[in-house]
Design a protein around this ligand. Structure first.
Ligand code: NAP
Length: 502
C-alpha cells in the first residue's frame, strides 16, 4: 500500500502540493512534493537522535542493517512490481539489484562487527623522553552526524533510498535523510516502509532515517544547505552534482560533498590483443555498452585503437554486435532526450556515424561513432559523457598518440586495457597515466558490474567524483562518514570503549 507521503522520523506526512509519478508502464501515483520545511523536520530529528544512535553498540547497528535487508526481501514482490513499472528496467534486473542491495547491507553488518574500520591507533606515552615527555595518544574514527543522500535514477535500489550511501552511513553510526528521486517514488516509499519496520522492530530512535520525496529543486538545495547536515552522498549528473557541490562549498560551514558524476570509462585496445581477438573484444564491448540501455556510470563509452590492418574488421564486428540490439526503454523521458541530444552533440563535434538508429520517446538504440586521435584531441566535447548506449571509437596513428589520448582524459571511474603478452611494453607506459586518471584500472575485462567488496574503488578524479580520496561502493565507502579523533592523556572512563584495550 502506498501512502504517497514522506517518511519523517517515523511519521508518514503529506503536504499540500503533489506530483504524479511518470512510470514507463502501469498506473501513475500521486506523491507529496517535498519542501524545505519537510527537510528541516527530518534533519532536526536526525540531529536529535544522532547521539543515541551513534552510541549504540556496533552489534546493534549490525542487527539493524540485517533487519532492513530482511524487511526489503519481505517486500520483494512489491519492490519488483513498482520498480519495473517506474523505471522500465526488466524484472530480472530489479531482482538482481535487490540482491545487491541487501547483500550490501549484510556486508556492512559484518564489516562493523570487526573493528578494523575504526583504524584504532595508539602512540604509547614516553614519560622519560627529553626534552619533553610524550603523552598517551589514541585515535579512533568517529561518526560525523546526519548525512544527506540523493537517490540515483539509474539504480532504483542499490544507489537509492537504502543503497550503498545510506547503508554505509547507517553502519558508520550516522542518521540518514534521503531525498528520493522523482523517477521512482513508489519504489522509494516501499523501501522506506522496510526501514521503518526495522526501526520499529528493534526499538531504535525514529530520527535515524527519513525519506523526503522530490518534485521540486528546493528540496535538494535545502537539504545540502541545512546547517545540521554534515556530509552528502550523491550519484547523478555532472551539472546537478556540480550545482549541489557548489552549494556545499559556499555554506558558512562547508561540508564534504561525495558526488559520483560522469565518466566515459575508456578502453585501450592494444595491437596484439586486437589482432588475436578483435571479434571477442567487439562482442564484449557491445554487451557491456548496451546492458541496461547503457545507463551505468561505468558504461564503456570510448575505445581507443591504433589504426592498422585489424581495425576495419574490429569496427565491423562491433557494428554487427550492436545492430541486432533492440531499442530499450530508458529510465525517464528526460534521460532519453539527453541521450539524443548527446548523440547530436557528438556529431556536431565531428564524430562520424558508423551506426545510428534514432528512436522516439523514452526508447534508445545503440549508436557507434568514430574519430581520429587528432580530432579527439582537438575537440574537448568528444570527451564528454553521453549517458546511454553510445560508443565512440578513436583511431589513433601510433602508440605515442594513444598515450596522448590517455594524458588528455578527464578523471574517470575506470580505465581498461585489453592486452596480450606482446602488448606489455606499451601497457607499462600507459599504466602510470591510467592509474592517475581512474579509480579502477582493469585488464582484459569490461567495467560494468562493479563488485561490492573490500578492495573496490568506485570513484576517481573529477569529474568522475568530487572527492578523489573516496569510493561510493565497497566497505571503504564507510570512511566518508567518519572522522578521526585523537584522545590525549584521556582517563579510561572518558575514552571510547574500543580504545580501552590498545
Ligand atoms: P540529476 O539531474 O543530476 O539529478 C540527481 C538528483 O539531484 C535528483 O534528485 C535531482 O532532483 C537533484 N538535483 C539535480 N540538480 C539539482 C539542482 N541544481 N539543485 C537541487 N537538486 C538538484 O541526475 P538524474 O536525474 O539521475 O539523471 C539526469 C542525467 O544524469 C542523465 O541524463 C545522466 O547524464 C546523468 N546520470 C549520471 C549517472 C552516473 O552514474 N554518472 C547516473 C545517473 C544519471 P530533481 O529530481 O528534483 O531534479
Amino acid at each position: 500500500m502506498l501512502t504517497g507521503k514522506h517518511l519523517i522520523a517515523g511519521e508518514w506526512l503529506g503536504g499540500k502540493d503533489s506530483f504524479m509519478s511518470s512510470p514507463a508502464k502501469g498506473d501513475a501515483h500521486r506523491f507529496s512534493v517535498g519542501t524545505p520545511a519537510d527537510v528541516d523536520a527530518a534533519v532536526q530529528a536526525a540531529e536529535r537522535d544522532f547521539p543515541a544512535y551513534s552510541a549504540l553498540p556496533r552489534e546493534m547497528r549490525a542487527q539493524f542493517l540485517e533487519e532492513i535487508a530482511a524487511q526489503i526481501d519481505a517486500r520483494g514482490d512489491a519492490i519488483t512490481a513498482h520498480g519495473t513499472a517506474e523505471t522500465g528496467l526488466p524484472e530480472a534486473r530489479l531482482i538482481g539489484e535487490r540482491g545487491r542491495t541487501t547483500g550490501q547491507l549484510r556486508l556492512f553488518a559484518s564489516h562493523i562487527r570487526k573493528d578494523m574500520y575504526l583504524d584504532l591507533r595508539r602512540d604509547a606515552p614516553l614519560p622519560d623522553r627529553t626534552p619533553l615527555p610524550r603523552p598517551d595518544i589514541r585515535l579512533i574514527q568517529q561518526p560525523i552526524g546526519p548525512v544527506a543522500v540523493f537517490g540515483a535514477s539509474n539504480f532504483p535500489l542499490a544507489f537509492s533510498v537504502m543503497g550503498g550511501d545510506s547503508a554505509s552511513a547507517l553502519a558508520a553510526g550516522c542518521p540518514v535523510v534521503v531525498k528520493g528521486h522523482s523517477a521512482h517514488p513508489a519504489t522509494s516509499e516501499i523501501v522506506a516502509q522496510a526501514v521503518l519496520a526495522a526501526i520499529e522492530k528493534l526499538g531504535l530512535p525514529a530520527g535515524v532515517f527519513s525519506l523526503v520525496q522530490g518534485g521540486r529543486r528546493d528540496v535538494g538545495e535545502a537539504l545540502v544547505q541545512h546547517p545540521l547536515i554534515c556530509a552528502v552522498g550523491f550519484t547523478g549528473s555532472l551539472v546537478g552534482g556540480r550545482a549541489l557541490f557548489n552549494l556545499c562549498a559556499a555554506r558558512p560551514n562547508p561540508i564534504p560533498f561525495f558526488g559520483e558524476l560522469g565518466s566515459v570509462n575508456p578502453m585501450f585496445i592494444l595491437p596484439a590483443a586486437l589482432s588475436a581477438r578483435a571479434e571477442a573484444i567487439a562482442k564484449g564491448w557491445a554487451a557491456s555498452l548496451t546492458m541496461g540501455a547503457g545507463q551505468f556510470c561505468t558504461n564503456p563509452g570510448i575505445g581507443v585503437v591504433i589504426d592498422g590492418p585489424h581495425v576495419d574488421g574490429f569496427s565491423s564486428s562491433l557494428t554487427a554486435a550492436l545492430e541486432p540490439v533492440s531499442a530499450q526503454t530508458m529510465l525517464t523521458d528526460g534521460i532519453a532526450d539527453a541521450y539524443r541530444a548527446g548523440a547530436a552533440r557528438m556529431k556536431h563535434a565531428g564524430a562520424k556515424p558508423v551506426l545510428e538508429r534514432p528512436e522516439q520517446g523514452r526508447r534508445a538504440s545503440p549508436y557507434l561513432y568514430q574519430v581520429t586521435g587528432a580530432e579527439w584531441l582537438a575537440n574537448p566535447h568528444l570527451a564528454e559523457e553521453v549517458f546511454g548506449p553510445l560508443a565512440l571509437l578513436i583511431r589513433v596513428r601510433n602508440a605515442g598518440e594513444m598515450a596522448q589520448i590517455a594524458h588528455g582524459l578527464q578523471g574517470q571511474l575506470t580505465c581498461t586495457l585489453h592486452l596480450d603478452a606482446g602488448d606489455m611494453a606499451q601497457a607499462q607506459t600507459l599504466m602510470p597515466v591510467l592509474s592517475r586518471k581512474a579509480g579502477r584500472v582493469l585488464a582484459n575485462g569490461f567495467p560494468t558490474g562493479v563488485e561490492v567488496c573490500d578492495a573496490m574503488v568506485h570513484g576517481g578524479p573529477y569529474p568522475a567524483s568530487t572527492n578523489f580520496g573516496a569510493t561510493s561502493v565497497g566497505t571503504l565507502s564507510i570512511r566518508r562518514w567518519l572522522r578521526p579523533v585523537s584522545y590525549q592523556n584521556m582517563p579510561p572512563e572518558l575514552l571510547p570503549e574500543a580504545l580501552h584495550s590498545l
